[in-house]
Each structure stands twice: as C-alpha cells, then as structure tokens.
Design a protein around this ligand. Structure first.
Ligand SMILES: [Zn+2]
Length: 458
C-alpha cells in the first residue's frame, strides 16, 4: 500500500500541467493538415493564445502579434490531435488487470498514455462507473490533474449476465458497472436516470457471443434507443454479426461498433446504411498484435519489459490478447471479408470514426492503437487524408466537441507535430516530434522517464 501511495505521488508530481500560455506563440513554416479534408497548407503559420488557435493560414497571410514567441517548424507537418471514441479505461495495470486497478490515478495514467501518442480526447464506452467518472471529469476540468487526454465516458446496458466479453465482465462486475436491464420499463427508467445526471451517450451490447451469452432483446434495445433519443442522447451499439448490425441500425442506433468479420455484407444492409448513415467505430485491430513480436520501439516504449516478454513467450493464439502465435487458420478468409466489407460500408454511407477498444484485455498500450487502426483503414482503401479526418474532425462532430478536431480559429490548440508527412505514408503519424494540448507542450520525455523508472522497479 505504501508503495502504491508513493507511485501516486510520483504520478501527480511527475508532470505538472503547464498553465495555458497567455502570451501569443506563432508556429511557422510547417505543413498544416487542417483535419477537414481540405488540401494541406504548405509553409503555414498559426497563432496560439490562451490555449486556442487565434489565426491560421499560409506564411505571410497571417498577422502575427507583436512580441509573440516564434517556433520554427520547417520540415514538420502539423495535424490536429486525435479523438478516440472507443476505449475501456481503468482496468489495465500492466502487472495486474482488473477492478482493483480502477482508481482516478489509473484512469489518469491511461489518459496520459493516450496524450503521449497524440490523442486529445478519449471516450470510455460502457465500462466506467458513472458517479466516479463524473467526479473525474469535474476534477479534470477544474485543472486538478496534470496534462492528459480529456476524459469522456458513457454507461453501458446489457441483459442480466450479458455485455462485455468474459475478461472485462469479471472486472466490471466487481464494480457493478454494467446496467443490467430485463424489461423495457427498467431500461427506460435507467436511461431517464442517466439523463438526469447529464449523460449524453449510452452503449448497448447486442451479442450472444456464439450462443454463450444472453442477447439483448429488440424490446430492450428499442426502449433504450427511444428513451435516449427522446432526451437528446446517442446510442452506441456493439454488434458483430450481420443480422445484429442490421437489427441495431434499423432500430436507429447512432453509432455502430465493430466490423462484420464472418460474412459478406448484403444489399439489404447496404441500403439500410445508405438510409441511416450511422457513425461507425471499426475497432478492427485492438492495437497491433504483431508489433511487439517485431520489436517495434513505437509500441515497446510504453510497455513494461515484463509484458513484452510475456507476449513474446505466448506462442499459442488467444482471441483478443496479444501473442506471437501463428496466424489463425481463419485469417485469410477473414481478411478477404474485411477487404470486401470495409469499402462497402464506407461507400454505403457509414461515417467512420476512430475507436480502438484498447483496455478490453491486458497487454495493450493506450494511444498506440490509434495509429494502427488508421494504417489498417488505409490498407483497406481509405486515403491517408480520409483516415486523418476520421480520427479528428468526424469524432469531434460525433462527440459534439465544437472546440476540437481541426486546426481552425477558435479551436483548442491540441495538435501533433510530426517529423514526416502522413499524407505520403500514414505510418508517418508515428513519427511524433511533439504533442500540444491546450497550447502547452505535453511532456513526452517525462512520460518515457516515468515508464523507465517503473520498469526498473519491477
Ligand atoms: Zn469496446
């Protein structure tokens, strides 16, 4: 316990938040990717004051305030910080995993990891305790924590004994986090209660996990969707099979989570997508299961060596957990379906947004999965520009973050400085020079130093 308290003190002292600078700072000579899909501004300039962008344009077109600090970014590319609409925060402890790790300090740690990799807002979906999360948001807004990704969350709904996969279920059960509802009346009453707390989104699980779980009934999800929409709330639906995705989209969910990986999409579903145009969090990759096997420092820098060793030593495949086992015998078939379904979803009108599912099982690094997910999209047919929009402007739109998601006047100065152009190669989003949140540089070096120290003490 003493050691734990020590760790917390280090966390809180380790990276004191810099106050938003009131003096103007001018960032110049960079390539600026605005995040709205428009052509990049070559040799661009932007001005940051009080944590917000106050001017932006090509060099020479921007009036620079007198006595501004100048930062030369020649050769660099700047893009908006990312927004991750789907993670499961709080349970990963990197030496243990589960409810015992769910503390404000651990939530903060995960948000700092997200910030390290360039994510300015992170949304935990269905697995965060409501009152504790509201308190965390208040404290974060009040500036009680060091710099980190902004925390968002939503409650989750399932029938009794349904919901998340076994590993996450055990952890969330201990905290009584999943709202188990049996009837439409119970569902409506619970959504009303959440609305009263100011909650704007809810998640539902519609999945029988191959016949092993009770699945939410149409009566249940229709009640939740109707009640939520009456109160201006959005519904995110976990659904992994074609019939389940069809059912939830037809019922009017706002966000579909997961990709159908075991069947090719049919015309009926594509017509539904064209009509409803839901947001779509693909969560294809859950980070990169092979990155650690290939000794990729981009992932390893944030991972304790013990976890890395464990993953490398795991040579049999495990469904959601990272391993260095051989590819699944279904891999080729699955890949063929992904390659077929992904462009069809997009062309039909599904509005792709960045989500990673990180934290659903042990052994994944928060923040790095975003880069893997984007690269996967490009491999499956998006342009790098489309991938960046889906990681910045569109999730901001989905989450109603009017001050986030693009480089534009009035937006928060939340941005990533890259050493190479991601429009040439999406993997260049990994060449992070600096991350800025609210106009203040996030201390990535301090994070690396902390991880090294924690590693040495294990
Ligand atoms: Zn999830």
């Amino acid at each position: 316990m003493k050691r734990l308290v020590g760790c917390i003190a280090v966390v809180l002292l380790g990276a004191t938040a810099s106050p938003a600078q009131s003096q103007a700072v001018v960032y110049e000579r960079a390539r600026l990717i605005v995040g709205d899909g428009s052509a990049p501004i070559e040799n661009g300039t932007f001005v940051v004051q009080n944590g917000h962008i106050t001017a932006i344009g090509s060099q020479g077109s921007v009036t620079v305030p007198a006595r501004a600090t100048r930062v030369n970014l020649a050769g660099k590319t700047v893009m908006p910080a990312m927004i991750n609409v789907h993670v499961h925060i709080g349970y990963e402890g990197y030496s243990t995993w589960g409810a015992q790790n769910y503390t404000p300090q651990n939530v903060l740690d995960h948000l700092q990891r997200e910030a390290f990799y360039g994510t300015a807002a992170t949304q935990s979906v269905g697995t965060s305790p409501v009152d504790a999360s509201i308190q965390f948001q208040r404290d974060q807004k009040a500036g009680k924590f060091p710099q980190a990704s902004r925390f968002f969350f939503m409650p989750g709904y399932a029938p009794p004994n349904g919901g998340p996969d076994q590993v996450l279920r055990v952890a969330t059960n201990a905290l009584h986090v999943i709202n188990e509802v049996s009837t439409a009346e119970e569902a409506r009453a619970s959504v009303q209660k959440m609305a009263g707390k100011g909650i704007k989104n809810v998640k539902i699980w519609v999945d029988d996990r191959g016949g092993t779980y009770p699945k939410m009934t149409p009566e249940g999800y229709n009640a939740i969707i109707d009640e939520a929409h009456k109160r201006g709330m959005m519904v995110h639906a976990h659904a992994t099979t074609l019939p389940d995705q069809k059912a939830v989209v037809r019922a009017g969910v706002d966000v579909v989570v997961h990709m159908v990986q075991n069947a090719k999409l049919d015309d009926e579903y594509l017509a539904l997508l064209a009509q409803k145009k839901p947001y779509w969090a693909t969560v294809i990759t859950l980070g990169d299961p092979t990155a650690v096997c290939e000794h990729d420092p981009f992932f390893e820098q944030a991972m304790p060596s013990k976890v890395i060793a464990q993953i490398r030593a795991t040579t049999e495949r495990r469904p959601l957990a990272p391993s260095c086992g051989p590819p699944s015998p279904n891999a080729a078939r699955r890949e063929e379906i992904l390659a077929y379904n992904f462009p069809k979803m997009i062309a039909a009108g599904a509005r792709i947004v960045l989500g990673t599912d990180t934290g659903i099982e042990p052994g994944h690094t928060f923040g790095s999965g975003e880069h893997v997910e984007m690269a996967r999209w490009v491999q499956l047919g998006l342009t790098p520009m489309q991938a960046i929009v889906a990681a910045t402007q569109r999730p901001a739109e989905l989450m109603g973050l009017k001050d986030e998601g693009t480089l534009a006047v009035g937006k928060r100065a939340d941005f990533i400085v890259l050493d190479a152009n991601p429009l040439d190669d999406i993997h260049n989003t990994r060449k992070i020079s600096d991350v800025y949140l609210d106009g203040a540089k996030f201390d990535r070096e301090a994070m690396l130093a902390r991880w090294k120290t924690a590693d040495a003490s294990q």
